[in-house]
Each structure stands twice: as C-alpha cells, then as structure tokens.
Design a protein around this ligand. Structure first.
Ligand SMILES: Nc1nc2c(ncn2[C@@H]2O[C@H](COP(=O)(O)OP(=O)(O)OP(=O)(O)O)[C@@H](O)[C@H]2O)c(=O)[nH]1
Ligand SMILES: [K+]
Ligand SMILES: [Mg+2]
Length: 451
C-alpha cells in the first residue's frame, strides 16, 4: 500500500482518565499539515523529524487548548509506516477531547480500534503475528504473559515460522524438480532427500505447534467454575483461593445468587475463578436467575470444581448435578474435610481433592491439581500465540504428514507437491503473508482505540 494514499487518522493514544501526560496521535498523508495547523500554523518553526518541539496547541479560533511536546515521524520511519505526528500534552480528558475534535475538524478521521497497528501491518512494519502480540502485550495480566507477548513482538514466533516456511519452499522446489524428469533421471538420492526433508520438517512443525499451544494457553489464561449444592462451601473455597473475603459466606443455603469473579495466578498464569449459586430447586425468582446463570457459565469453563460436603458424603443431589455437567475436565472437591477423619468414597471414575476451605488444609494439593488439570505446569512457552496460529500449524502438519505418506508409498508426485504447497500456505497464514484480508477486521477490532 502506498503510504501517501488513504485518509489521515487520529486518536487519543493514552488511556482514558486523568494522568501526567496525554497523547494524541495522527497518522496518514495529512498528519504533518494538520499537526502544524494545531500547533499554530506557519507562524511557528516547521517541525523537524524526530525532534522534540515544545509547542502550544490551538483551536481554529486561536484559543490555547494545552501545550506540550510535538514529535514528527516522516513516512516510512514510524510505527504505522505512514507520516505520524504525536502531540504530547497533559493527561486532561477535556483538553485531549478538544485536541481530538480540532484534529477532526481539520480533516482527520477518528481511528477505529487497532487501526494504527493494522496500518503498520499493511505497510509491512509488523507481520500479523507481531501485530497480534502488540494486543497481547497490552492486555497481559501476568508477568509471564507480558514476557511471552514481548518475545512474539520481537519476532521470536514469526522467525521460527518463516524459517520453516523457507525450508518448505526449498523442499517444494525439490519435489517439483522431480515432476519434470522421470525417476531414473534424478535417482534414489533425490527421493531420499525429499523423504528426509519431509521427516525433518514434520518434526520442526510439530515442535513449533507444541510451543504455540503453550503460548496460546498462556495468552488465554484459564476459567475455573465452582459449582455444587447450596451450602457445600463454594463461596468459602473461592475466598480461600483468592485470599480475600470476596463472596458472602453464611450458614443459609442459597446465599450466593449472582456470579462472582476473582482472578488468581497459578504458576504465573491468570486464572479466572467463578463462584455460582448453589444448584437446587429455586426458592424464588432471584435464586432461579442465579441458578440459570450458574448453569450457563459452566459451558465456558476450562475446568469445573464440583464442590461436595465431606461431612455428609455423596448425596443424590450431587449425583444429579454431576450427570448434568457439560463435557470437559472436572474435579470433585471434598470440602469440610476438617469435620471428618477421612474423605468419603468418591463416585467411580472421578478425581477428587479433599480439603477444608475453613482451615486451609488441602489447598496446596488443590493448587497442584488445578495446574495439572489446566495444563499450566512446566514451561509456559517461549512466545505468545493464539488459537488461530495453533490451527494454522495443525493444518500445516496435516499436509506435511499427507505428503510424507504419499511419498513413502511412491504416490503421484504432483499430489506430494500439492500437499507441500498447502503446508507452506498454512504457515504463511500465521504471519499474514497470505489470506490476511479475511481476518484483519476480526483481529484488529479487539485492539484499543489509539493503538
Ligand atoms: N467446618 C467447615 N465449614 C465450612 C467449610 N467451608 C464452608 N463452611 C461453612 O459452610 C457454610 C456454607 O458456606 P458457603 O461458603 O456459604 O457455601 P456455598 O456453597 O457458597 O453456599 P450457597 O452460596 O448458599 O450455595 C458456612 O456456614 C461456612 O462457614 C469448611 O471447610 N469446614
Ligand atoms: K451458604
Ligand atoms: Mg455461596
């Protein structure tokens, strides 16, 4: 894309609210002329590239809105690859809103969410995986997430993808060379080289896929839902895990009605805990709504903790709840174990953890069980990734395996080459070298405005 084409976008790049500094960012062919006008027009010295100018910012009728630093980045040496100007004033929501309105009045357009990063991608300043890492870094909620996103932004993931992509194209060239000659011409060494290449690339993609899965898990975090009969101690357990009195605990069954959320860190990864209303025949409309919400949220859980009362053992009502749970990982939690000498028998085929939310006994074992059930043990992966990347790598691996199978039985060389081409294409989707248009809206709309 020619960076001198298209409109000029503007946004407040700093978060909403009061702060020391507030930044309005312009990008596009008219960024310099609009910023110059905002800074008083031709009366002031022209802006020098990458130089911090102290400037007043004016309305069209000459009123001073604020003053601060103006930075000018001529295309293509900017975040977006277009001409960018930043006006860095005070973090006053009203002054920033005026500045934004003035820029729009002078011909800029309010930027959509993620539009600066989208332009950076379209202008080749970032590949797609890196642009996604920008959003992941901004939204990171744990140190491990931030570090992984920074690694992706630095290109750790993209370089691994590109490296394999290059080798795949090389192998494809080799396979295609075979199409023009009969087998006798090229001989066994040629076929052996293709076989070796397929095996080796399969291993590399499989390894990268595992890392991407770790990275995606890391970026996503986990959601754990606490469910069970009234009064078994779901809210008590939530408070014990969150280490604060977040939920109301009383001896009255049906205490919790709304969904309650707390975030905890497990092995450096954020996990969202959700406490729910006790599941039973509801007493009133409020409780009925709480129970409906509880049942609904169970479907989005990565892990369900079905809490039961160790002092009374497994009840018919527990069994009904267990049978109604959606498919997926779950654990039985024998709470109130402080009241018994040994936990009661657990239903066959279920994994249980005995603990006491009140005394804290058994909480460490629960932590371990959560880490294991959510696959959060060990290495968090060297970079952040997303479901989209994992799927593309899976496709690539599938195609490589197909090529390998076809080749090993002496299948049609054209089909081997076709599978290799598809394997390369799937990799290219990760970094957005191909098929990017369809997903840009989806990816960048989740960014914040001004990024
Ligand atoms: N002895 C003992 N009592 C507990 C334990 N955990 C919770 N309780 C008591 O059990 C009662 C119910 O606890 P809650 O945490 O409100 O139970 P809940 O499952 O959230 O109840 P609802 O929100 O009404 O469904 C309270 O009186 C708690 O003090 C425990 O580990 N040991
Ligand atoms: K209760
Ligand atoms: Mg409760």
């Amino acid at each position: 894309m020619d960076y001198q084409q298209g409109d000029t976008i503007v946004a407040i790049a700093t978060p909403p609210g009061e702060g020391g500094v507030g930044i309005v960012r312009l990008s596009g062919p008219r960024a310099l002329s609009i910023a110059t006008a905002l800074c008083g027009g031709s009366a002031a010295e022209p802006l020098t590239p990458r130089y911090a100018h102290f400037r007043r910012f004016y309305t069209r009728d000459g009123r001073v809105i604020d003053h601060g630093i103006t930075l000018y980045f001529p295309a293509p040496h900017s975040y977006t690859g277009e001409t960018v100007v930043e006006l860095q004033g005070h973090g006053s929501p009203l002054a920033l809103a005026s500045l934004l309105a003035e820029a729009i009045a002078r011909g800029a357009r309010a930027a959509r969410a993620g539009e600066f990063s989208e332009r950076a991608f379209l202008n080749g300043r970032l590949d797609l995986a890196q642009a996604e890492a920008v959003a992941d870094l901004i939204h990171a909620r744990s140190d491990a997430q931030a570090r992984a996103a920074a690694a992706s932004l630095e290109g750790a993931f993209s370089q691994a993808v590109d490296g394999i992509h290059r080798q795949l194209l090389h192998l494809l060239a080799l396979a295609e060379a075979g199409l023009d000659f009969s087998e006798e011409d090229l001989g066994d060494t040629h076929e052996q080289a293709i076989a070796d290449g397929l095996t080796q690339l399969g291993r590399q993609v499989a390894r990268l896929l595992r890392q991407a899965e770790q990275g995606a898990r890391l970026a996503r975090g986990g959601r754990v839902v606490l469910a069970g009969r009234p009064n078994v101690g779901k809210s008590s357990l939530m408070n014990a895990l969150a280490r604060r009195e977040s939920a109301i605990v009383t001896a009255i069954p049906g205490t919790t009605r709304d969904l309650l959320r707390e975030e905890i860190l497990l092995n450096g990864l954020p996990v969202e805990l959700i406490d729910t209303a006790g599941l039973r025949q509801a007493g009133d409309a409020v409780e009925a709504e709480g129970i409906a919400r509880a049942r609904h949220i169970l479907h989005s859980a990565q892990l369900i903790l079905l809490v039961a009362d160790a002092s009374v053992g497994w009840q018919a009502e527990d069994e009904v709840i267990l049978r109604d749970l959606p498919e997926g990982p779950r654990r039985i939690i024998w709470n109130k174990s402080d009241l018994v000498s040994a936990p009661p028998p657990t239903p066959a085929g279920e994994v249980a953890v005995a603990l006491s939310a009140q005394t804290g006994a058994g909480l460490d074992a629960l932590h371990q069980s959560l880490i294991e059930a959510l696959g959060m043990h060990g290495d968090n992966g060297p970079f952040s990734a997303r479901r989209r990347h994992v799927e593309a790598l899976e496709d690539s691996l599938d195609q490589l395996n197909t090529a390998k199978d076809l080749h090993s039985v002496g299948g049609v060389p054209e089909l081997v080459a076709q599978s290799l081409r598809e394997a390369a294409g799937a990799l290219a989707r990760v970094t957005g070298q191909i098929d990017a248009e369809d997903i840009l809206g989806e990816i960048f709309s989740r960014f914040c405005i001004g990024k």
